[in-house]
Design a protein. Sequence first.
Length: 283
Amino acid sequence: MAISAIATEPALAYMALIMTPTSKSTAPRAAGEERLAKRLARAGLCSRREAERWIVDGRIAVDGKTIRTPAFNVGPDARVAVDGAAIPASEPTRLWRYHKPRGLLTTNRDEAGRPTIFERLPDSLPRVISVGRLDFNTEGLLLLTNDGDLARNLEHPKTGWLRRYRIRVQGEPTPKTLSQLAAGKTVVDGVAYGAVDARLDRAGTGNSWLTVRLREGKNREIRKIFGHFGHPVSRLLRVAYGPFQLGNLARGAVEEVGPAVLRDQLGSLRPPAPKRDHAHRRR
């Protein structure tokens, strides 16, 4: 990728950093330390990628010293400032259930101007990111969190959490088709898909409803594999993600998962609570 000759010096430095494979392995962390960009993101000021840009631009100081490399670690007692102002205390890890409606993108912004979930979320929510994505015409349960590490953990296949969907397809899949899906040997356009547990709930005139369970949701996986077998999906609703259920949550509604439930359900997946400092919390 060519870098434009008119790029600013900080921008060039940032691009060079993110394009260097070894940059993430520098500056080994001591116990209790975390990346500076993560500290900024956990304070609810920006995303980690934006925080890295701020650091390269020279906007961040730690204990009074300007830091210009994102490969910098901070301890729990470090005094971090943005443009001279102390950052607020790191937020504790939080999680929300959101009933995503159809017709919204799971992205912060869209160049084509299509509506996004983040434009429709209540103003009372802090800065959040989604745990995975649901495509434009998929509806149902989407988890939101203020913790990027938690989101990555919950998305990762190693977590082993089942995603459960209710889907409406054209026609009625045969037992042979359902067995092929369960065998995990479906290949569509060169992409191999794992085992999919699909059970027929109801067959009607021209359409069928099924419950589908899978552990690793690749991009548009359900639509692609059922389309491959001649059963285009006309409605796709996610009803569960691991232990979290859509339940009776109204379309477009957001509900926080309580701290006790968060502890019980996430266990070791939940990052440790950050140490609180005395900085003023900025809304």
